[in-house]
Ligand binder design. Sequence first.
Ligand SMILES: Nc1nc2c(ncn2[C@@H]2O[C@H](COP(=O)(O)OP(=O)(O)OP(=O)(O)O)[C@@H](O)[C@H]2O)c(=O)[nH]1
Ligand SMILES: [Mg+2]
Length: 476
Amino acid sequence: MEYYGDDSPIAALATGCGENALAVVRTSGKDCLRLLASVFSPSQKLLSAPGNSIVLGWMLSKPSPSADQSAPSSMQTVKTPERIDQVLVSVFRAPKSFTGEDCADISCHGGSAAVNGVMASLRAAGFRDSLRGEFTFRAFMNGKIDLTRSESIMEIVSSKTEKSLQNAVRRLSGALEREIRSIKDRLVEALAAVEIALDYSEDELPNGEDEQFGALPKKPLIKDCFQSLQELSASFRMERLYQDGAVVVIAGRPNAGKSSLFNRLLKQDRSIVTDAPGTTRDYIEAAVAVQGIPIRLVDTAGLRETENMVERIGVEYTRNLMESADALLYVVDGVEGLTAEDGAFLDNADARLTNTGKVIIVFNKADLLTERGADRLFVSAKTGQGLDDLVQAVVQVLRVDPAAAPVGIASARQKDLIDSAVDCLSSALALSENREPLDVIAPLVRNAVDALGEITGQVSTADILETMFSKFCVGK
Ligand SMILES: Nc1nc2c(ncn2[C@@H]2O[C@H](COP(=O)(O)OP(=O)(O)OP(=O)(O)O)[C@@H](O)[C@H]2O)c(=O)[nH]1
Ligand SMILES: [Mg+2]
C-alpha cells in the first residue's frame, strides 16, 4: 500500500487541468533522475545535469516488448520509444530541492493528451502517483520546512486576494514559526525553572533560588506567554475571513434596486435591471473584494408573496441565502420608505440569521430624494452616492480589523493547539493563585509546551532538557 513517509519516486501534475499553454509535472524521490532519464532524450544530458539547471529534450514512451507475447522470446521485438512531447526539465539535486530529495519539474505542453502521455511514461518508468500534499510532507520530513510553513503553502494556493496572499506569504517566510518558537522558548525557560523547583525540596533550594514550595517560578513569563497565545488565537477569525471570505446577500422587496446595487458594487452590468418588479428570479453571485476580504456577493429575487411558481422558488432561495449570509444588505426603495411588508421580512430575517447584527438596511434611490432622515444609510445605485458608507458598514458587520496582528494563524489545527496551550496556562495560573503544589501545576505547563511544539512539528522534550542543563547546572 502507498503511504506517506517512504522515499519512492513520485509524480504529479502540479498545474490545472484543461487546455493550457504549459503544464508542470513534478517528480521527486529515490532514483528520480535516473528513472526520468530512461524516458527522456538526450538521457545522458539529464543524468549529468548539475542541480538547479534546466535541460531541453523529449519525453519518450517507455520502450516495451512487443505486444505479441506468443512469439518466442528470441523473436520478440522491442518497440522503439515514441516522442511524446518536447519538454524542459528543471533539475534539483538532494538536498538542495524543495523536498530535500532529487527532484525534477517537467514543463510540458498543457493539453490533456501531452500531460497524460508524460504521466503514463513516468508510471511506466517506475514513478507512482503522489498522494495529496506528499511533496510538502517530504519537505517537512526532510527538515526543509516546519508545519506552519507547510500549511502556508496550501494557503497561498487558495488565496483569493492580495491581502490573504500577503499574510500566507508571511507565514511561508517563517513569521509564524518564529513567533511560536519565541513563545515556546520563553515557556520552556519557565518550565525549566518549575522542574528545578520540583526537584528540590524546600530546604534544599540552591543558592539564589528563593521560590517557595507552591509558588510558581517565572510566573510573569508564563503570564506573558499566555497573553501572546491569546492574541494569536484571536487572530484566527480574521485570517479565516481573509482566506475563506464572506457571503454578502442583497435582499429586499421587488424593484428596490437590488440588482442595480449589485451591478454598481461589481462595477459591471451583470444582473438584469428593469422597472418591472420581479425581474430577478434566480439568484446571481459574483466575487468582489472589500478591504482585502474576498466576498461572495449574491443578488436575489425580490421578496414578495406570489402565485408565480418560478418566482416563488426564487423567493425561497432568497430566504435560505439570508440564513447563510455573513452580512445582509436589505435594500429599501428610499422613495417608498420602510413598508409594513419590509418590517415583516426584516423580522423574519432577524429570526433566520444565526447572529443578529448582520443586517444593514440600505435606503436606495437617494438621487430621487430631497429630504433624508438622519441615522439612515442612503445610497444611490444609479449615481454611486453613499457607496463608500455602505462598504464601511459591511466592514463593520464583518468586524474587519485593519490593525490586526501582522502574524496570524490560519489553520484550524494551529488554532486547536494554541487553544489547548491557552487552556493549560490558564489553569496553571489559576492553580498557582490558589497556592496549589507545583507537581500539580508543572504538567500543565509541560502540556502547553508540547502543544506549541506540535504546531511547528518540533520535538519538545529534548529542548526542555537542553535549557534545564544549560541554565541551571543541576548536574553539578
Ligand atoms: N433613480 C433611481 N432608480 C433606481 C436606482 N436603483 C434602481 N433604480 C431603478 O429601479 C428599478 C428596479 O431596479 P432593479 O435593480 O431591477 O431592482 P430589483 O430590486 O433588482 O428588482 P427585482 O429583481 O424585480 O426584485 C429600475 O428601473 C432601476 O433603474 C437608484 O438608485 N435611483
Ligand atoms: Mg433584481
